[in-house]
Design a protein around this ligand. Structure first.
Ligand code: PLP
Length: 396
């Protein structure tokens, strides 16, 4: 019997075996340190947890409207309006995490064979979701010299009659790059001139560490506003990954389609988590300021360490909580009888030798880069960087 062809082309993550090995080592009592965290190490702020407890105790435990509660959709729309984006609540759909929002978006816009341009390096989930819904991911590689930000010329080069949309992720996972207004304007002009859509993944929008302001491409004029679908969520900003709340801001017709799809798949996002999300958005933002301060200190530290370690380098990130590290100069060497061909081999050897986990970026389309997350304590970062340094000094 043949299973779903769409399901069978989904790529299992290349990092899975590495994670399994690290977990096995931990279970054996080995002191393994990890730079692989995709979520903040901070506890969820207490006023957010309290709102969840109140929701539970007061019996807010039943179905909600498919697109989310009115109060939460209005709170999200208000937040956008404060930033100059004129969404009303009917254009906001709350879903079960950012990943779910993205899945709904592609379900709503893709027909079989439609192409979606993904600038690489990319967050590894994008191509897989596009394939699940019958679309075709079209990868366009960006360059280090432009801080891995895609340009209009690069987009023009891969555009075809079948192009339906382009994905922009600012701040980016895995590079931490943040697009400027000028850069986004160029992309917006491309999108409008081709009459396609842009999916703007803004889940890290509040985690930027220099003077740069987050700019949403949707804010750059009426024409691009009509062609933008924003995907965002609370997982990263408020350390709420387990609550599973993401949301979409979209043109009315697309928002309606997403709401219909969601009504038949998950019915609605979790009722308790929606109350917690409302508290996160409407409550004090001091928790975000504090978290950002810690991330910013860690980022400065980790970048200083990278500068001091031979053969590796990184473009300094401006947002999110990852550093995308060039290890190309470390490839080709034989370590303990095994040739280090790519980032997976390097990460494996590092784990074996120093009990230190990093994310090889093969699945992000760069097999000569690793990703270091600094969503771990400063102490863990210090020890981990010591291990990476001693590994490189030992073998190179
Ligand atoms: N978008 C990007 C770029 C991410 O890195 C992530 C999580 O790692 C998400 C979306 C989805 O987040 P979640 O589904 O946990 O809300």
């Amino acid at each position: 019997m043949e299973h779903s062809r769409k399901a069978m082309i989904i790529k299992p993550s290349a990092t899975l075996s590495l994670t399994a090995k690290a977990n096995q080592m931990k279970a054996e009592g080995i002191d393994v340190l990890g730079f692989s965290a995709g979520e903040p190490d901070f506890d969820t702020p207490s006023h957010i947890k309290d709102a969840a407890v109140d929701a539970l105790l007061s019996g807010f435990t039943k179905y909600t409207p498919a697109a989310g509660t009115l109060e939460l959709r209005k709170a999200i729309a208000d937040d956008y309006r404060e930033k100059g984006l004129k969404y009303d609540y009917e254009q906001i759909i709350v879903s079960n995490g950012g990943k779910h929002s993205l899945t709904n978006i592609f379900l709503a816009i893709i027909n079989d064979g439609d192409e979606v341009i993904i600038p690489s390096p990319y967050w590894l989930t994008y191509p897989e979701i596009i394939k699940i819904v019958g679309g075709v991911p079209v990868i366009v590689r960006t360059i280090k010299e432009n801080s891995f930000k895609v340009t209009r010329a690069e987009l023009e080069a891969v555009y075809t009659e079948k192009t339906k949309a382009v994905i922009i992720n600012s701040p980016s996972n895995p590079t931490g790059a943040v697009y400027s207004e000028e850069e986004l304007k160029d992309i917006a002009e491309f999108v409008v001139s081709k009459n396609i859509l842009v999916i703007s993944d803004e889940i890290y929008e509040k985690l930027i560490y220099n003077d740069k302001k987050h700019i949403s491409i949707a804010s750059l004029g009426e024409e691009i506003f009509k062609r933008t679908i924003i995907s965002s969520g609370l997982s990263k900003t408020y350390s709420m990954t387990g609550f599973r709340i993401g949301y979409t801001a979209a043109p009315r017709d697309i928002a309606k389609l997403i709401s219909n799809i969601q009504s038949h798949s998950t019915s609605n996002p979790n009722s308790i988590a929606q109350k917690a999300a409302f508290a996160a958005i409407k409550g004090s933002q001091d928790c975000v300021v504090e978290m950002k301060k810690a991330f910013s200190e860690r980022l400065d530290y980790i970048c200083r360490r990278i500068e001091d370690i031979k053969y590796i380098s990184a473009v300094k990130p401006e947002g999110a909580f990852y550093v995308f590290v060039d290890i190309s100069k470390l490839l080709g060497k034989e370590i303990n009888g095994k040739k280090i061909i790519d980032a997976v081999d390097f990460s494996d050897a590092l784990l074996d030798s120093e009990n230190c986990v990093v994310v090889p970026c093969n699945d992000f389309d760069f097999d000569d880069y690793i990703r270091l997350s600094y969503a771990i304590s400063m102490e863990a970062i210090e020890k981990g960087m010591d291990r990476i340094e001693s590994f490189i000094n030992k073998y190179y």
